[in-house]
Design a protein. Structure first.
Length: 516
């Protein structure tokens, strides 16, 4: 039986999988425990079994050295690894285990699932996007497309009854925060105007602030405090409790927490007002993202017809109050903020599968998927470094090839020139960032050489082409047109953190793991 279209929200704290039903509507698919969300946490049991989900969260206090959480925040960091039982696992490999768990659980209902759309924060950079695609491959999935989380949420909003207009999608999740402006033209037609975000700003930071308060109260009362280390079980329990208390404070005006260490126990009463004072700087940072994306789109708060909440951290009353003050009305709450991203991703999967003739969509499902129209934008600017002359002085300049918020897909070609006669090579540098000064942008690829034919004159042309596709992934080619010599750049597995050092055992072999 052909698989239905599937969308996956690979989250920092929780992940979800949705599928398109025969009526063409997206539905969340419960996991093997019957839960609609799956904790993005992994427990490595002795003996080789891998447990993904809430059971891993529960085990973090007792086995802190065998549990890993918040993996998404490490995506695209090849120097980072989680070590257990003498081997290292990269963030890509760990993310693949979470995806494999979601895939396995859904297969109990649908049979084999071979492809899916997977979401990422709008402000994920090139490394993190490529790493997410690689994680999908390791999990046994063909990643049909990488789609931005706010875009997916806007698709769900439009599909499930949202009014047409200009929508601000405020996505405050467990580890990231994005703000996107989207035009909803119809039930299945959305166009992203612009995005801004921070890949290291989320609910887990609020948890850490509350846990830190508990720890300070323990020290004030007893003169001791819990070591704030990931390998300390008591600290992991403190973080878990702070996370639960944060949720309680979204419903009640006060909560009583407790912190225990070295035979000491202290109860801590925290009011909602005190908690909001703890986290006000984080809420302010999210407001600045919203104001930035409005300014980039040349829009004012009154130009926004609706504010859509995405992510569990949007339940914090201070967040909702900030948005209400900024826009003059309460945000929309039509869809569960934890589920909208997966629902929208499933709709995107249905549209792609219909276009490619994959699976077997019929009737209303086929009609709705054929009608879907989605337009996204580049979340970053990409460029290259070249020599320029200013008043006869030579200097390096970052030339932007693809501008932030450029509609996708897009391609740009530009001709640069060699500097001196008989130049033997050019330095191919690919940057990400908005500044013209190479010192203030991120160099994705640096120092790679394109060898040139002998005898070239000074100022010989070098053609450069940048392409940014619908997955939000960039590639570029440097070509010497006379000889046809060129170099095309894609990021390597090593840059993605897929392969570790040889003594780490190489990439994880999933066939050797039992994932539950």
């Amino acid at each position: 039986m052909p698989q239905p279209p599937v969308g996956i929200d690979l989250g920092t704290t929780y992940s979800a999988l949705a599928a398109i039903n025969p009526a063409g509507r997206p539905e969340i698919v419960p996991n093997g425990d019957g839960d609609r969300l799956t904790a993005s946490a992994i427990l490595f049991e002795e003996g080789g079994k891998v447990i993904v989900g809430e059971a891993a969260v529960d085990a973090a206090g007792g086995y802190p050295d065998r549990v890993v959480r918040w993996i998404k925040s490490r995506m695209g960091s090849p120097e980072w690894a989680f070590e257990v039982d003498g081997r290292e696992y990269s963030a890509v490999e760990l993310s693949a285990m979470v995806l494999r768990k979601l895939k396995q659980d859904a297969e109990r209902t649908f049979g084999p699932i071979e492809c899916a759309v997977v979401t990422v924060p709008a402000y994920f950079d090139e490394l993190r996007r490529r790493a997410t695609i690689e994680a999908g491959k390791l999990a046994g999935l063909e990643v049909l497309r990488i789609i931005n989380e706010p875009t997916a949420a806007a698709i769900a909003h439009a599909s499930l009854g949202g009014s047409p207009g200009t929508v601000l999608v405020y996505d405050f999740g467990g580890g990231t925060c994005d703000a996107s402006i989207v035009r909803v033209a119809g039930e299945l037609e959305v166009e992203v105007i612009g995005s801004d975000g921070d890949h290291d700003l989320g609910g887990r930071h609020l948890d850490q602030e509350l846990a830190g308060l508990y720890n300070r109260r323990l020290k004030a009362a007893k003169g001791v405090q819990v070591p704030e280390e990931s390998t300390c079980g008591d600290f992991q329990r403190l973080i878990t409790q702070a996370e639960a208390d944060k949720r309680t404070l979204s419903k009640r005006s006060a909560v009583r927490g407790a912190v225990q260490w070295g035979g000491h126990l202290v109860n801590v009463d925290v009011t909602r007002e005190a908690f909001e004072d703890l986290v006000k700087s984080y809420v302010l940072r999210t407001r600045m993202l919203v104001e930035n994306v409005l300014a980039d789109a040349d829009l004012r708060p009154e130009d926004i017809d609706d504010v859509l909440l995405v992510g569990g951290s949007t339940r914090v009353p201070a967040v909702q109050r900030m948005l209400t003050e900024l826009f003059g009305r309460a945000p929309a709450a039509r869809i569960n903020p934890d589920e909208s991203v997966a629902l929208g991703a499933a709709i995107q999967a249905g549209s792609i599968m219909q276009q490619r003739g994959l699976g077997k969509l019929e009737g209303e499902a086929a009609r709705r998927m054929a009608m879907t129209r989605i337009r996204d934008v580049a979340p970053h600017s990409f460029g290259t470094v070249a020599v320029e002359y200013v008043y006869g002085v030579e200097r390096l300049r970052n030339t932007i090839m693809i501008r932030k918020n450029k509609p996708l897909p897009t391609t740009r070609k530009e001709t640069f020139y060699t500097v001196w006669p008989n130049q033997e090579a050019i330095d191919c540098t690919i940057t990400q960032g908005e500044d013209s000064d190479p010192n203030f942008v991120r160099k994705i690829v640096q120092g790679e050489l394109l060898e040139l034919p002998k005898g070239l004159r000074a100022h010989s042309p070098i053609e450069v082409e940048y392409t940014y596709d619908l997955d939000g992934c960039m590639s570029c080619t440097f070509t010497e047109p006379g000889s046809g010599r060129g170099r095309t750049f894609h990021l390597s597995p090593e840059q993605l953190g897929v392969r570790r050092r040889e003594d780490a055992g190489g990439p994880v072999a999933f066939e050797d793991l039992t994932i539950e």
